[in-house]
Ligand binder design. Structure first.
Ligand SMILES: Cc1cc2nc3c(=O)[nH]c(=O)nc-3n(C[C@H](O)[C@H](O)[C@H](O)COP(=O)(O)O)c2cc1C
Ligand code: SF4
Length: 437
């Protein structure tokens, strides 16, 4: 059971059922559950999509693409079946918010999938969970079973003339299958590598049919948007960034946890007020604002609103909302190495800049952190990372390169301090002792 936190600044739209036993379908119904799906049947596809556009909901999986717009790309007529996919792969280091939705409010995901299906004229949805979330699969499967038993899934849902089925599935624990087209390959039983685009999934997706794929949090937000209205939902956030989102605070922060805050909430306030600041009187060194692929921010750069546009303006990304806080005991060379170890391990190996680039970066950072670095390595690593950008088959290559460039540019002095056989200057710190180079 995930530990729940709370703060008075939270605006609990998405998380308001957390901790209330809403895995039970009766409790979910008592807390307004499945009302939005019934409403959506009456509204019809066009009105649902219009409401989604009004809400300014942007995808919570990382890229922040407007959800209503994505749904509108699906052709109305299709010879092949259309599908709705829930991306619950949640594997980016620092990101741990979808699991709370599956654990505490699984029906909201099912209800979101039904509404998305009604919007695009699909009769089938898939809920894809990361391999390590098998324990959540039990909760999800029970919820699906209960929804079938009540007639909310299956034939003639809610007594209408519409059929809709939902199937759950787990991956084998690969970050890459969180990438939408690799997820479709995996779901079809193939190796989880990305597809060439175009065509895009909205036109040619799962089994060649038009498909929308959304993050679990995105879809779980959908019933709430119909419940409170798109315009009200939009007002909770900032311009072009509607609503609230689940921010996962981790690292060197007094009160780590997942908090639901309005889009645009100030990052500094999030760390010092919501998160209770940096423990043990230590100073803040850097913040990774949206999961490991997002370039880190320095303390002087954190007085910004946490929405997609403001974080991009500050030179990073809001990503999947995983805020990792680092204090002044962290060796940034080691942190860069840990980050690269992840990407090197998770690279699917299909394209050379990513497969070779992540491996070279990992090897160089390992040698560097162990005191075997040469001055030219700093420039070489930057050059290598720069040349991976935009040259890989899917964004995993960028996700490895972008944070590396920020570490090298913002913490160059620390890299230089490791030169000439010098031991890591942070080796006496407990965090540095955890290095597994
Ligand atoms: C390597 C990689 C991993 C990804 N992992 C996830 C993931 O675990 N969950 C997710 O929702 N999106 C992930 N994405 C983004 C998806 O490709 C896709 O943009 C997203 O599911 C769209 O949903 P949204 O519009 O609701 O954000 C990943 C992308 C890449 C390149
Ligand atoms: S960028 Fe990396 S993960 Fe993506 S296709 Fe290329 S090798 Fe695979």
């Amino acid at each position: 059971m995930a530990y729940l936190v709370s703060h008075p600044d939270e605006v609990k739209v998405l998380s308001y059922r957390f901790g209330q036993g809403a895995t039970s379908i009766d409790k979910y119904l008592e807390l307004d559950g499945y009302k939005s799906a019934r409403k959506a049947i009456e509204m019809g596809p066009e009105a649902i999509i219009a409401e989604m556009k009004t809400s300014n909901l942007r995808g919570r999986g990382g890229a922040g693409f407007p959800t209503g717009l994505k749904w509108s790309f699906v052709p109305k007529q299709s010879a092949k079946p259309k599908y709705v996919l829930v991306n619950g792969d949640e594997s980016e280091p620092g990101t741990c918010k979808d699991r709370l939705i599956f654990e505490h409010d699984p029906h909201s995901v099912i209800e979101g999938v039904i509404i998305a299906g009604l919007a695009i004229g699909s009769k089938m949805g898939f809920i894809y969970l990361r391999g390590e979330y098998r324990y959540l699969l039990k909760i999800m499967e029970k919820a699906i079973e209960d929804a079938y038993a009540r007639g909310f899934l299956g034939k003639n849902i809610f007594g209408s003339n519409i059929d809709f089925d939902v199937v759950s599935h787990t991956g084998a624990g690969a970050y890459e299958v969180g990438e939408e087209s690799a997820l479709m390959e995996s779901l079809e039983g193939k190796r989880g590598i990305p597809r060439i685009r175009p065509p895009f999934p909205a036109v040619v997706g799962l089994y060649g049919g038009p498909t929308i794929i959304n993050n679990a949090e995105t879809l779980a937000s959908v019933p709430h948007i119909l419940r409170i209205g798109g315009a009200e939902y939009a007002k909770l956030g900032t311009e072009r960034n509607g609503g609230t989102r689940l921010f996962a605070l981790s690292g060197h922060v007094a009160k780590p946890g997942v908090y639901e805050l309005p889009m645009g909430y100030n990052l500094k306030k999030m760390i010092y007020e919501v998160g209770g600041g940096i423990p043990d009187g230590r100073a803040l060194k850097a913040v990774v604002p949206g999961g490991s692929s997002c370039p880190c921010l320095l303390p002087k750069e954190i007085d910004i609103g946490m929405d997609f546009d403001q974080v991009a303006k500050a030179g990073s990304m809001l990503g999947s909302g995983g805020v990792v806080i680092l204090n002044d005991t962290v060796c940034m060379v080691e942190f860069a190495l840990r980050t690269m170890k992840f990407y090197q391990h998770e690279s699917c190996g299909w394209c050379i800049p990513c497969r070779e680039g992540t491996d070279w970066l990992k090897k160089t950072l390992t040698r560097f952190h162990n005191g075997g670095g040469e001055a030219k390595d700093i420039g070489n690593m930057r050059y290598l990372a720069q040349n991976m950008l935009g040259r890989t088959f899917c964004p995993l290559g960028d996700a490895a390169a972008m944070p590396t460039i920020a570490f090298l540019d913002k913490f160059r002095q620390e890299f230089e301090d490791h030169l000439n056989g010098k031991p890591c200057p942070f080796a006496h710190q407990p965090e540095a002792a955890m290095v597994g180079a």
